[in-house]
Design a protein around this ligand. Structure first.
Ligand code: TXA
Ligand code: MG
Length: 338
């Protein structure tokens, strides 16, 4: 299959919507990461998402909409959902609500909840409006690879497997949406993202973070969010995280780096001088820029054939928790306290 990359124009939007209506898949930009879209109500189309990504069938998909009212036939909408939608939509927050019959169980992997998100990217909204259907879309990477934050990343992973990529530029946020379960009594974050627990609690009064966010699942443990079960966001090289005082972290990293060829370091901008002239990439000055750069950096280190990646930890507060959740998984929880 020939894979086209097209800028977002009225003509490419029409072409994309034609493909979707005809049961095909299309990669689309969002403010978080690129998604691989299909008509959520068409089982055969949704199957194509799983095939193209080589995604395990027990990992459910997020349904994307362009206006809140589209959620009503899909789920049992609640007052809490209304408050959160008012505060954070359009934007990088996904809500888990009890599903209605209309949503095929392939989308929810048989779960009783459905994940719903109204993105903020103008290209994504234009696409969703043109299709005027609920659109199932996971991140548009091969399963297990870092999520794509540019059209080129999608092409690198899915070339020949999908007909069209809509190019909406680099993703502003750079890591996936916050997944918030509001199907129970209290809101619980299953996957941290750009919208933080602190921000959600301002709206709902309280917000828990599932403790599995920062630890590996034990054998046989049921994952609240099936996606957390898999080795995720992983680069080809081996990633190790270091936590502690920046000076000690730099010393520990340097002593390993200097004995390993094909090594590279990911560090906060402020700490770059600690690493001298070694191969160091900046995560930027704060958690937001680390979020924006993380997947891009992991992919570019892979392209350079880097075998060992040593990375500084970030404080697990605010957006830092989302960055650390992705890093810890990419490192398979290899975190050294120094
Ligand atoms: O920012 C995003 O959320 C991007 C863009 C494209 O919207 N999408 C995305 O989708 O990251 P995906 O499929 O890569 O991640 C969705 C996560 C998975 O970990 C999945 O297990 C979880 O959400 N999820 C989806 N539906 C769920 C449900 N009903 N219950 C629990 N977890 C669910
Ligand atoms: Mg994903």
């Amino acid at each position: 299959m020939n894979t086209q990359i097209l800028e977002i124009t009225p003509a490419s939007l029409t072409r994309a919507a034609d493909l979707i209506v005809n049961g095909q898949v299309v990669a689309i930009p969002t403010e978080t990461v690129y998604g691989l879209a299909a008509n959520a109500l068409n089982i055969e189309a949704v199957k194509k998402i799983f095939e193209a990504k080589q995604r395990p069938a027990d990992n459910p998909l997020i349904v994307h909409i362009y206006q809140k009212e589209q959620a009503y036939p899909l789920c049992h909408w609640t007052q809490t959902a209304d408050l959160l939608a008012e505060a954070f939509w359009p934007g990088p927050l996904t809500l888990l609500l009890n599903k209605k019959e209309l949503v095929p169980s392939i989308v929810t992997a048989g779960l009783h909840t459905v994940a719903i998100r109204l993105p903020e990217h103008q290209g994504a909204l234009a696409f969703l409006k043109t299709c005027d259907l609920p659109i199932a879309a996971p991140s548009a990477n091969r399963s297990g690879y870092p999520s794509p934050t540019s059209a080129q990343h999608v092409y690198d992973d899915l070339c020949g497997r999908i007909p069209l990529i809509l190019d909406g530029g680099d993703c502003r946020v750079g890591l996936e949406s916050t997944v918030l379960d509001i199907s129970g009594k209290n809101p619980v974050i299953l996957r941290p993202g750009f919208v933080t627990a602190e921000q959600i609690a301002m709206v709902t009064g309280s917000c828990e973070v599932a403790d599995s966010v920062m630890r590996p699942l034990s054998t046989g443990e049921q994952a609240l969010s099936p996606g957390m079960r898999y080795r995720h966001y992983a680069p080809q090289g081996q990633l190790t995280l270091f936590d502690g005082d920046p000076l000690h972290v730099a010393q520990a990293i340097i002593s390993l780096y200097d004995h390993q060829p094909d090594s590279s370091v990911l560090a906060m901008e402020q700490h770059l001088p600690l690493y001298g002239d070694r191969l160091v990439y900046s995560l930027g000055e704060d958690a937001a820029s680390a979020a924006h750069r993380l997947f891009y950096l992991l992919r570019s280190l892979d392209k350079q054939g880097i075998r060992h990646i040593y990375c500084e930890s970030l404080p697990q507060t605010g957006l830092g928790l989302a960055v650390m959740n992705r890093l810890a998984r990419a490192a398979e929880f290899d975190i050294k306290n120094v």
